[in-house]
Design a binder for this molecule. Structure first.
Ligand code: MG
Length: 391
């Protein structure tokens, strides 16, 4: 058993994945060391983390946060360099000491640092699914050119990774992503039209940040995960399906061409997929509550309903349009989720707004990060604020 200390840069440190990652690191101090932490706006949490893990570098979103963090560190007798904004995230991602970068920022802003990490020859444990959605084809090339790996952190993709166990695409009939179905799994369209942001933020199984929780309620999260799986496992989209499984015990399945189906099961706890990515190819002895199937009693499965959850149909259209389709789907969804959370549009209008953008998008392929970010920005600017435009 190799026990070399693995040095980790963590982006998105104060979010739910970030905190779970630090929990694993703290349980195995002889295996893992944090060398850089990037956070957003939760300065008190980031400052507490800096005191616990003593990184060499910190990144925050803005100047006010940097000042507050510097003061808090000084009060504790600490002086750690702090870099602000996008350059800060990129500095954490490319920290020379790091062997592995855990990319757990939320949304499209996570792409640039993930790209930079791969380009700097770092293995990346990727929770930021938007990176793979926007640029999976190119990120795979950057990873291959630098001889590094993109390791899945998303629970479903970790399950697929484990169930695939290195087998080639030729033997695989289907990748089956499970979905909890979110809080509105049994709602009619009429009921869904009336749901509030507070209701959409209550997820029945997983404790996640607000953006991904809304995405779970619309099932856009699963749509994004289809694209993520397409690139993580280099699998044609036709081979990727969704299966609703409300208990979130079976995290995903692989159906092979001989009819065998392999699945990965576990309690819904993000520390499992995180620990697997950190320790791969070994497995850690995790002292966490264990799955007891006799106690669980039953596991239910349902077909996904594309009429009530149009995100699952929209993703097929996005994939057919290539790079531009996936980027447009993601950008339009991020803007629509912001509008919904601000009470500017209704729940069903999230998918409607995405559909409207996809209607107009021309199929295009991109070859650089700059082209991708420009196109992403173009889509965002095309979506005027529904309140300002008065409709
Ligand atoms: Mg997931």
């Amino acid at each position: 058993m190799t026990n070399k200390l693995k040095k980790i840069s963590l982006l998105g440190a104060t979010g739910s994945i970030g905190r779970s990652t630090l929990d694993i690191v703290e349980r195995f101090p002889e295996r893992y060391q944090i060398v850089a932490l990037g956070g957003g706006l939760n300065i008190s949490e980031l400052s507490a983390q800096a005191r616990r893990f003593r990184p060499q570098l910190l990144a925050v979103q803005n100047d006010a946060g940097a000042e507050e963090l510097e003061r808090a560190l000084k009060e504790n007798g600490l002086k750690i360099p702090i870099i602000v904004g996008r350059p800060g995230a990129v500095a954490v991602a490319t920290c020379p000491e790091a062997d592995l970068v855990v990319a757990a920022m939320v949304g499209a802003v996570g792409l640039e640092p993930a790209w930079a990490a791969l380009d700097a020859g770092k293995n990346v444990a990727l929770a930021n699914k938007e990176s793979m959605v926007m640029a999976g084809r190119l990120l795979n090339k950057v990873a291959a050119a630098n001889k590094v790996a993109i390791l899945p952190l998303d629970s479903e993709h970790s399950a697929l990774w484990q169930a695939l166990n290195g087998e080639s695409e030729a033997g695989v009939e289907k990748l089956i992503l499970t979905a909890s179905g979110g809080p509105f799994r049994e709602f009619s369209l009429t009921q869904m039209a009336a749901v509030t942001p507070a209701e959409a933020l209550r997820h029945p199984r997983w404790d996640m940040g607000p953006k991904i929780t809304i995405d779970s309620a619309t099932m856009m999260n699963k749509a994004l995960e289809i694209i993520e799986a397409r690139w993580l496992f280099d699998m044609v989209p036709e081979k990727i399906e969704v299966l609703v499984h409300p208990q979130s015990i079976v995290h995903s399945l692989v159906e092979y061409r001989d009819g065998s189906v392999l699945a990965q099961l576990g309690l819904p706890d993000m520390r499992l997929p995180i620990a697997y990515a950190l320790s791969y190819p070994e497995r850690l002895r995790l002292e966490l509550p264990k799955l007891n199937l006799a106690e669980a009693g039953r596991l239910d499965f349902f077909a996904a309903d594309e009429e009530r959850f149009p995100a699952l149909a929209l993703v097929r259209r996005a994939l057919a349009a290539g790079d531009s389709g996936a980027i447009a789907l993601n950008a339009a969804n991020e803007i629509a989720v912001d509008y919904f959370r601000a009470g500017k549009i209704g729940f069903l209008e999230i998918a409607a707004m995405v559909a409207e953008v996809l209607d107009k998008v021309e199929p295009r392929e991109f070859s650089t990060l700059g082209e991708i970010l420009n196109f992403d920005d173009e889509i965002r600017r095309s979506l005027s604020d529904p309140e300002n435009s008065g409709n």
